[in-house]
Design a protein around this ligand. Structure first.
Ligand code: SF4
Ligand code: ZN
Length: 385
């Protein structure tokens, strides 16, 4: 069988590009990958010369590849950026402590200043301590809410203009599908945004890897010898984990560009006039952006500090999920439960505000039990694609 050669330089081929099936050698593949990220950065004007940029660094493959590519492109194309690394230590022994060792290696290797903020320092609770009192059902809710604030606080402390995160194309496509399954119109309309620069609620975040396939990030890491930590979080949700990712993998086999197609579809969504979206204001306790008088992090902390750890996640004292709250309606208005209803109260679903959650990249992280249940049901309906 003849040896496959690179279509670009006639060297020995190492891989096939997912979207157009080009056959490339290691060097040409890495160069093409870097050029694609460069095109994303320039097309969407993600950075301005002179800006200080914090790269969200977890030690995993996406952030490790992002660090290397940003460092290379900043020098190759004179972006004029000052790069920093920003890590959040959730306090998960056997997981985050090890992955942070990788980040420290990268910090030394690339000569980039590293800032690590821990939940213990910020909130006086580590995730290990939270799981010990609240159990393992809602750990990702605590973790996601605290991470969102922690990233912003770390960025403020570093004095950066912008935060670059390692979200890849598969992550964005998964988010589109998850928001669709949850009927979360507000998030659906903006989850594909490559930048939050239009959102005045904090330091802008950008996703330079938004159009890169996860499989090609792994290939890039392998071919350019980027070190990364690949062990799963100790508290990652087990049974439902990765259903959406499994969907995408199965769909990609039939239609290789399904990830980019879903992103494109997500980018085209528009919210109809009249659909109610959360209004952002400030938390009355900590001044962080919130659509409620008290932000989710303060509510969760209050629960932890007063021995009621499930307080902020919609659960009653008895530990059952409180699905509904009652709201008063005007006299004469019907609750809608039955056609001839005459009750003076109607029930409205109680929802967590997902804007206050930052997921860790785990596709099921940051979801509540009710969401996971929905995903599980949807996963069984295998004709989705
Ligand atoms: Fe936190 Fe992610 Fe682990 Fe959940 S899976 S506890 S969000 S690090
Ligand atoms: Zn608050």
């Amino acid at each position: 069988m003849p040896r496959k050669i690179c279509e670009n330089c006639n060297e020995r081929a190492a891989c096939v590009l997912r979207y157009d099936r080009s056959i490339l050698c290691r060097e040409c593949f890495c160069r093409v990958f870097e050029e694609e990220v460069h095109q994303t950065i320039t097309k969407y004007e993600l950075f301005k010369p002179g800006q200080k940029v914090a790269i969200g660094a977890s030690g995993g493959k996406d952030s490790a590849v992002l660090m290397q590519v940003m460092k290379i492109l900043n020098e190759r194309y004179n972006y004029g950026l000052t790069l920093y690394l920003l890590s959040i230590d959730e306090g998960i022994s056997g997981y985050r402590d090890h992955s942070l060792e990788e980040v420290k290696f990268h910090s030394n290797n690339y000569g980039l200043e590293l800032k690590i903020l821990s939940y213990k320092d910020l909130y006086n609770w580590s995730m290990d301590e939270i799981v010990a009192v609240a159990g393992r059902k809602s750990n990702c809710t605590f973790c996601g809410v605290f991470r969102r604030q922690a990233l912003d606080r770390g960025a403020w402390q570093l004095g950066v203009d912008i935060v670059a995160t390692g979200h890849n194309g598969d992550d964005v496509a998964e988010t589109v599908l998850m928001n669709m399954l949850r009927g979360d119109v507000g998030r659906l309309s903006r989850c594909t945004a490559i930048t939050t620069a239009d959102d005045p609620s904090g330091i802008p975040r950008v996703k330079p890897l938004k159009y890169q396939y996860e499989a090609e990030i792994v290939k890039y890491a392998r071919h350019s010898k980027v070190r990364y930590f690949s062990t799963e979080c100790t508290y990652a949700p087990g049974a439902h984990r990765g259903h959406i990712r499994e969907y995408l993998r199965a769909a990609t086999k039939i239609r290789p560009h399904v990830v980019l197609d879903i992103i494109k579809a997500g980018e085209s969504f528009e919210v109809k006039d009249g659909v109610k979206l959360p209004i952002k204001s400030r938390c009355t306790r900590c001044d962080y952006i919130s659509s409620q008088p008290v932000c989710k992090a303060c509510l969760l902390l209050e629960g932890l500090n007063t021995g009621r750890p499930l307080l902020g996640i919609g659960k009653t004292k008895e530990g059952r999920v409180k699905k509904y709250k009652t709201i008063k309606i005007e006299s004469g208005e019907k609750c809608g439960k039955t056609d001839d209803c005459c009750s003076k109260e109607k029930e409205k679903k109680c929802e967590i505000n997902d804007d206050e959650i930052e997921t860790c990249g785990n596709p099921a992280a940051g979801l509540q039990a009710k969401d996971l249940e929905k995903l599980s049901i949807a996963a069984e309906a295998s004709d989705l694609f």
